[in-house]
Write a protein that binds this ligand. Structure first.
Ligand code: PMP
Length: 362
């Protein structure tokens, strides 16, 4: 048969979403399974969001505002940046993809840590770019020195995920200052801050506040995590005006839906509640980390809403054993397991299952 799609994409791994909880519960014959696999927050939509969606639903026969004017104004106001510097998209993953489109020609290089966000290799390959993966340090964090050394004349883009998904580790200001000083001015650095709202360490800089004005830095954020809008797909980035203008040229038209725009505006009214929820996640993050360390796991400090269990070869067995007990976590074989922080009850259940599973897979 004549081949109609690109052969180089065959080798690409599929993006694996977390399993469906209802399916798993049915399969196991248990009342309820829980999913701690996709770094969502467990509290439901923020107050006012469902009402805003219902209201917006009345006009879904019309296209959304393609300029996303009201929402970009609002985001700009919130972060003290001009709205022309803000671009929204169908999740920040779509914006990451558009950044590749806007910067890379076939064969250009994109440098990032590995492990980091699993979509980076997919979007790099999709855009015809070459991935250059730099191994994480022994402490599961970014090796910024090696990343800087990996940059060549072909490098157009560097993704720096801070805090890092899936390890939860984060970069401090002094390291980032030094790194950004070393990156050539014709390489765009994307600070992917999907988990920024969960950061409590004052040494971990807010990319937007600290580096937002650098000419070659783009800050990527999402409303999927702390803001509770994962299902609606709403991300944004802040870039220099010329960069934002180019990105806007290649962004998929109308890709921030009318409903997503309305929901995001309603969510942005609830920042106090977001902070309260994040504080609860942070308290639970400490508790879960300590409990896992008591099980002799070398869990790195996390600044995100998940924790990393560096289980190595035991990763696949641990993930499967948790699933057999109705707890879905994300295994990245053969490195480790990422578990999202849920409600206190969900975390208790995960910890009990982890303890039982670890004895089994020891
Ligand atoms: N960046 C990172 C580091 C992530 O972990 C995720 C989601 N898992 C995203 C971006 C994409 O988020 P979304 O597309 O839902 O905005």
């Amino acid at each position: 048969m004549t081949r109609l799609t690109r052969a180089d994409l065959d080798a690409l791994p599929d993006y694996v979403p977390g399993r469906n909880v209802a399916d798993l519960a049915r399969e196991l014959g248990i009342a309820e399974a829980i999913k701690l696999a996709s770094n969502e927050v467990p509290y439901g939509p923020l107050p006012g969001v469902v009402e805003a969606i219902t209201e917006a639903a009345r006009t879904v026969h019309r296209y959304p505002d393609m300029g996303v004017v009201q929402l970009r104004d609002r985001i700009g106001e919130r972060f003290g940046v001009a709205p022309e510097r803000v671009v929204t998209g169908c999740g920040s993953v779509a914006l990451a993809e558009i950044l590749v489109k806007a910067t890379c020609l076939p064969g250009d290089e994109i440098v990032y840590s590995w492990r980091s966000f699993e979509a980076y290799p997919i979007i790099a390959a999709g855009g015809g770019a070459t991935s250059v993966r730099v191994p994480n340090t022994a402490a599961h964090g970014h090796d910024l020195t090696a990343i800087a050394e990996a940059i060549t004349d072909q490098t157009r883009l560097v993704f720096v995920c801070n805090p890092n998904n899936p390890t939860g580790t984060s970069l401090r200001r002094a390291e980032l200052d030094r790194f950004l000083g070393e990156v050539p001015s014709d390489v765009l650095v994307v600070l992917d801050e999907a988990y920024r709202e969960f950061v409590t360490d004052p040494d971990v800089p807010d990319g937007l506040e600290t580096y937002g004005d650098r000419p070659n830095v783009v800050v990527l954020r999402t409303m999927s995590k702390a803001w509770g809008l994962a299902g609606l797909r709403m991300g944004y980035l802040v870039a220099q005006p010329e960069i934002a203008a180019t990105i806007r040229k290649v962004v998929t038209p109308f890709s921030t839906s009318l409903v997503a725009q309305a929901a995001a505006l309603a969510a942005l009214d609830q920042e106090a509640e977001v902070r309260r929820r994040c504080a609860e996640v942070v308290t639970e993050r400490s508790r879960v980390t300590e409990a896992l360390r008591k099980l002799s796991l070398d869990v790195p400090d996390s600044q995100a809403n998940f924790v990393w269990l560096p289980l190595g070869d035991r990763t696949a067995a641990f993930t499967a054993a948790c699933e057999n007990r109705g707890v879905i976590v994300r295994g990245f074989h053969p490195e480790g397991v990422r578990a999202t922080i849920g409600t206190p009850e969900e975390n208790d259940r995960f910890l009990a299952v982890a303890e039982a599973t670890l004895t089994e897979t020891a």
